[in-house]
Design a protein around this ligand. Structure first.
Ligand code: TXA
Ligand code: MG
Length: 541
């Protein structure tokens, strides 16, 4: 088949594409999530062409795309209040809402189901195409079945040139993973596929949302999939992908010991890697990971990668969508090279990190008190004192004995002085913590939590498999600091205002635990403890 290459910027091209769709042809087009392959959703013969072009199993239903709210009601039996609220908040955007379908939707489109997923995409070219066609458009991701979804025009061409009547260039997709799929067709709202709209965004509108087990785990043989797409092999490049659940340091060590492989790494791993790598974004930048993941998987094929080690991303926020795709690309193969976890315990002052540390200790974890280590003679050994003397003056250590007050006075006088202090002490603190971690591991203590106020500043996070952030309302934090350190309210306020915002810590967290009454705190920690049970290989061995 000859495939027309069209531009989303040209009005004539869009009219041409609309005409093709009205005539029952299929067209590849950009959306904010991934490129889609469209057909008239109400025309069974047109829809069949999508299944043929993708090589898609016919029982896997298609999402129907609209460009005006008024197009929704005729497609479904009824629109419940909860669905309206979701649409109002998140449409146009990367959310698909499943409801009981109307008779207008042919069984070919719904894959034989009595329900239909509808989405109102935000991409202007997608909207223009739906308008030009004048009908709702059924559109799966435009990959050949089983392959990574295309997020760039060149990847769309690779999979669909010669298979569709036209392909429309709209540049790179901004979200990069497919839409969030939620069903409101059952008794309770249920997340079937994580995507651009996060679970907590959904819960902010609906209250608690159930997560289908297939989001995180391999579907057991013989069980019925709530979302048929989840039972098929997915997002796979030709390379054999393994997910490595490890800190940046351990990940890089492991990959470096396996020559001939490719690293699908996080930005932070790059300085440590010896062999070929592709980064899919910053460790704490889930949106970037989502945007880049699929194109990186395709690029690995272009590089001819045979064996790929991918660094486990966070499952928080949009990270859940990144993880969901990556674990499928890896065929659920996960390794934790040393079979241990190092959890960085962090959060703003007064949130109750040490309370959480104590609970973890009770649960059998070794807890390293980095605060104490930071002031220990192990860090301030004679070499360190010499370095400090040459930076801040001989007299900060008369007769080699460190005068901490004098040092503090000089070192905290200006930001530059503080930086000089840190340049000397941070590497030593890091080394001391690493020794402590190894000591605990060698004693058979498998999980180590670091009570680490300088976790990110000193670069300790490179040793951590996970980050656990403790938060508490500001009023409670103020009260706790006053009680604990004997400060006035003014002093406590000053202390807090000199620190980073709470969001700095939560943005970097794999888990966020709000510090409440002890019983509740244990309950909040339960999922963390459960996931990090050794031998569990992370969440999903
Ligand atoms: O972002 C997106 O949603 C992209 C763009 C093109 O809009 N489309 C997309 O479609 O990802 P597709 O077909 O690749 O993925 C749709 C997923 C499949 O896993 C399918 O099984 C599920 O949604 N799905 C669709 N309709 C469903 C229904 N009625 N019940 C349960 N699952 C459904
Ligand atoms: Mg797909």
């Amino acid at each position: 088949m000859d495939t027309l290459l069209l531009s989303g910027d040209h009005k004539n091209d869009m009219e041409r594409a609309g005409e093709l769709l009205r005539c029952g042809d299929i067209v590849g087009f950009p959306t904010e999530t991934v490129y889609g392959l469209a057909a008239n959703a109400l025309d069974p013969e047109a829809v069949k062409k999508i299944f043929a072009a993708k090589g898609r199993p016919v029982d896997n239903p298609l999402i129907v795309h609209i460009a005006e709210l008024s197009q929704w009601a005729p497609l479904v039996r009824e629109i419940p209040e909860a669905a309206r609220r979701l649409a109002e908040r998140f449409w146009p955007g990367p959310l698909t809402i499943i409801l009981e379908k109307s008779d207008l939707i042919p069984m070919e489109t719904s894959g034989g189901l009595s329900t239909v997923g509808v989405r109102f995409p935000a991409h202007p070219v997608a909207q223009a195409l739906i308008c030009a066609a004048g009908v709702p458009l059924a559109a799966p991701s435009a990959n050949r079945s089983g392959r990574p979804s295309p997020t760039t025009f060149s990847h769309l061409r690779e999979d669909m040139e010669g298979r569709a009547a036209a392909l429309i260039d709209g540049g790179d997709c901004s979200v990069g993973v497919e839409s969030t799929v939620i069903t409101l067709a059952g008794d309770r709202p249920k997340l079937l596929r994580p995507g651009g709209i996060t679970l907590s965004q959904l819960e902010s509108v609906l209250g608690e949302v159930e997560v289908d087990p297939a989001v995180l785990n391999r579907l057991q043989e013989g069980t019925q999939a709530a979302s048929p797409g989840m039972k098929y092999k997915h997002y796979s490049p030709r390379a054999e992908v393994t997910l490595v659940d490890a800190s940046p340091e351990e990940y890089s060590n492991y990959v470096n010991q396996n020559p001939g492989c490719h690293a699908l790494c996080l930005e932070e791993d790059i300085p440590y890697l010896i062999g070929p790598y592709l980064s899919f974004g910053g460790r704490y930048n889930g949106a970037e990971q989502a945007r880049l993941l699929f194109s990186r998987l395709s690029q690995l094929d272009e590089l001819g990668a045979g064996r790929v080690y991918a660094h486990m991303p966070s499952k928080r926020g949009i990270g859940l969508a990144v993880y969901n795709r990556l674990i499928r690309a890896a065929g659920f193969s996960v390794i934790n090279p040393k079979n241990h976890f190092v959890v960085g315990l962090t959060g703003p002052s007064g949130a109750g990190k040490s309370t959480v540390g104590k609970l973890l200790q009770k649960a059998g974890w070794a807890v390293i008190d980095c605060d104490a280590l930071t002031r220990s003679p192990e860090v301030y050994d004679s070499q360190c004192v010499l370095a400090l003397q040459s930076a801040f003056g001989e007299d900060i250590a008369p007769k080699g004995e460190l005068d901490r007050r004098k040092l503090a006075k000089r070192a905290f006088a200006t930001p530059e002085e503080k930086r000089r202090l840190e340049e000397i002490t941070f590497p030593r603190i890091l080394a001391a913590v690493r020794r402590e971690i190894e000591r605990n591991f060698s004693q058979g203590k498998q999980v180590v939590a670091l009570d680490a106020p300088t976790l990110f500043e000193a670069g300790l996070d490179a040793s951590c498999t996970r980050i656990l952030t403790v938060t508490a309302p500001e009023a409670e934090r103020l009260a706790r600091i006053q009680r604990r350190d004997g400060m006035t309210e003014e002093e406590a306020k000053l202390r807090l205002s000199a620190q980073r915002e709470e969001s700095f810590y939560t943005d970097r967290a794999d888990y966020v635990v709000e510090n409440r009454a002890e019983g509740e705190l244990l309950e909040a920690l339960a999922p963390v403890l459960q996931e990090l049970q050794i031998g569990n290989g992370g969440a999903c061995s």
